[in-house]
Design a protein around this ligand. Structure first.
Ligand code: NAD
Length: 247
């Protein structure tokens, strides 16, 4: 029933957006912060993911970053990423706002992706700001350094850092302007990303949550709740939409 309601809301919408979190990539083999075992049992995300830890001990944090790179290289987009790209092609989804840094939305074919927490494609010098493609870096020496001697860092947002202004503005505008927001695979515990559903709701949007578990988003913000994994839920939503549009 909620699948049908969600599909009908998307079909009726003038501007819909998706807000995605780590959960959408779990079926691609990238653990979220809540998955038992795996990377995050070894590295506490709040410690290793904090800008203070990176600056205090870049060698330690870079070792973890290289393990993440290995994981991301192996990962492939799953059904959920693919369905969002198809919805965009059909003109039924305006943008994906992702908290993820794994590039899987783009690899699935989504064009309008707002990378709220930055990305992992290039490195930036902490001192002079020079940008390096990863392929130019010799990772046998950790931490990698810029030609100026400065520390190189990934271009994603660590805990303790501000959201890049352009991404924050685009995401907030998309949230204000949409009439449907799909909130997929996010625990709703990381600020300020977790305000985006509130902004959308405040501007009159229907909020659809897809997540197999309860989240920290308050119930009064959510209009339709689908307690299911992203891949199967989005596949069923697409099937319903395709059947309706073929009639
Ligand atoms: P989170 O780890 O706090 O929560 C993940 C959520 O996804 C949970 O609510 C969980 O129930 C749900 N989930 C698990 N499997 C799912 C599935 N198959 N389908 C749908 N939902 C599923 O993640 P968050 O809220 O995104 O916040 C963590 C922060 O760390 C974010 O910035 C996130 O992007 C980042 N992170 C990114 C990646 C990545 O790039 N893939 C991986 C880990 C963490």
């Amino acid at each position: 029933m909620s699948i049908e309601e969600a599909a009908r809301a998307i079909l009726k919408s003038k501007r819909s957006v998706a807000l995605t979190g780590a959960g959408i990539s779990v079926e691609s083999g990238i653990p979220d912060f809540r998955s038992p075992g795996g990377l995050w049992s070894k590295y506490d995300p709040l410690e290793y993911g904090h800008i203070g830890s990176f600056r205090a001990n870049p060698e330690k944090v870079w070792k973890m970053l290289l393990e993440i790179d290995e994981l991301l290289e192996k990962a492939r987009p799953n059904k959920a990423h693919e369905v969002l790209a198809i919805l965009e092609q059909k003109g039924l989804l305006d943008a994906v706002i992702t908290q993820n840094i794994d590039n899987l939305h783009q690899r699935a074919g989504s064009q309008n992706v707002i990378e709220y927490h930055g990305h992992n494609r290039t490195l930036r010098c902490e001192t002079c700001g020079r940008i390096y493609p990863k392929s130019d870096i010799d990772f046998s020496r950790i931490p990698p350094l810029c030609e100026c001697g400065g520390l190189l860092r990934p271009e994603f947002v660590f805990f303790g850092e501000a959201i890049p202004t352009r991404e924050r503005h685009s995401a907030e505008t998309a949230a204000m302007d949409c009439d449907v927001m799909l909130v997929i695979g996010t625990s709703g515990s990381v600020a300020p990303a977790n305000y985006l559903p509130h902004i959308a709701k405040h501007h009159g949007a229907t909020i659809i949550e897809i997540n197999p578990s309860e989240t920290e988003l308050p119930k009064n913000v959510l209009d339709i709740i689908i307690r299911e994994k992203a891949g199967s839920a989005l596949e069923k939503i697409l099937e319903f939409i395709e059947t309706e549009t073929e009639k």
